[in-house]
Design a protein around this ligand. Structure first.
Ligand SMILES: [Zn+2]
Length: 312
């Protein structure tokens, strides 16, 4: 990230963030268009304080998010900040909530500390990240922890398997029937499994479905209903089947992706994620780990050698 300092380009968001009150005092902060690094967040207002769910990729976006929280809550303090997983689009802005207790899975903390602030310019060049600082969760859990905003109960749950990452956690509001899914669910974008597991993701999606939520705030894209769990699972099964066929034919993940007809998934944004997803699916079949950097660069190759678009 430090290599990005000094870049003055600071594009306005393609569309302004959208705020939706999905239940009494429960807000979804939706950032269109939900593509690379443009995530959703949210917050619960109650009891004179705020529980925030995730932050944003850049300093500018997180400051806009914090301003929205302050306006809606009448300036109530963000006392608790929950991270759904370690990815920078959801956690880079943690440091801008200095009085919040930052809550996350213990692997969320470990991954943030392991990775620090990385230089993503080879894949997503020219992003105005701002003056980011590392601020990992410092109240961690392994399975679940419950937090409250006034009387609003929010159960933060890890499903025990790698899925989108090793440390995906959902924020489940049983009394409201609302769940913040983190990146277990993308709505309109291609699911991304490179840092997680396709087979684990199917298991996690079953656990998510069993919650019985009627309203989902996905990690990216518009608020949706539980039918989006099925859409996501359909794509994940497609990745698993495509990987098995490509590997059996002796093709690399990149070549398999090039020969694959996306079919019903062709309308999803960021289709190059298929390459990263196949890298992970192959590795799972082989029983080995993935070279993440190589897989990301393969996505650039798949994209015609052009870096991936990022409007963050
Ligand atoms: Zn993510």
């Amino acid at each position: 990230m430090s290599a990005s300092h000094g870049i003055t380009r600071d594009p306005e968001p393609t569309t302004a963030p959208l705020l939706g009150e999905v239940a009494d005092g429960v807000f979804a902060y939706i950032q269109p268009d939900g593509t690379w690094w443009i995530n959703n967040a949210g917050f619960l207002v109650g009891g004179g304080g705020v529980v925030a769910v995730d932050t944003c990729a850049t300093e500018r976006r997180t400051r806009a998010y914090a301003d929205t929280i302050a306006r809606v809550s009448g300036g109530a303090p963000v006392r608790t900040l929950v991270n759904t997983h370690h990815h920078g689009d959801h956690t880079h802005g943690n440091y801008l909530f200095p009085v919040a207790t930052i809550v996350g899975h213990e692997e969320t903390r470990a991954e943030i500390l392991r990775q620090g602030l990385r230089d993503y310019d080879a894949v997503w060049p020219g992003v105005a990240w701002g003056d980011l600082r590392v601020a990992p969760p410092f109240l961690t859990f392994r399975d679940e922890v419950t937090v409250y905003a006034g009387d609003t109960r929010a159960e933060v749950r890890h499903f025990g398997v790698p899925a989108h990452t090793t440390n995906d956690s959902v924020v489940w509001l049983p009394d409201q029937g609302v769940v913040f899914t983190g990146d277990l669910v993308f709505n309109g974008g291609t699911p991304f499994l490179l840092m997680g597991s396709p087979t684990g993701c199917l298991h996690a999606l079953e656990r998510l479905r069993a919650l019985g939520a009627h309203t989902l705030v996905p990690g990216h894209g518009p608020v949706c209903g539980p039918e989006q769990i099925d859409v996501t699972a359909g794509y994940v099964r497609f990745v698993i089947e495509t990987a098995a066929a490509g590997r059996a034919a002796g093709l690399s993940p990149l070549d398999t992706a090039r020969e694959t007809d996306l079919g019903e998934h062709a309308a999803l944004s960021d289709p190059e994620r298929l390459v990263g997803n196949l890298h992970r699916a192959y590795a799972e079949l082989d029983g080995r780990d993935v070279d993440i950097e190589a897989a990301l660069l393969d996505m650039v190759v798949f994209n015609g050698g052009r870096p991936l678009s990022c409007h963050a």
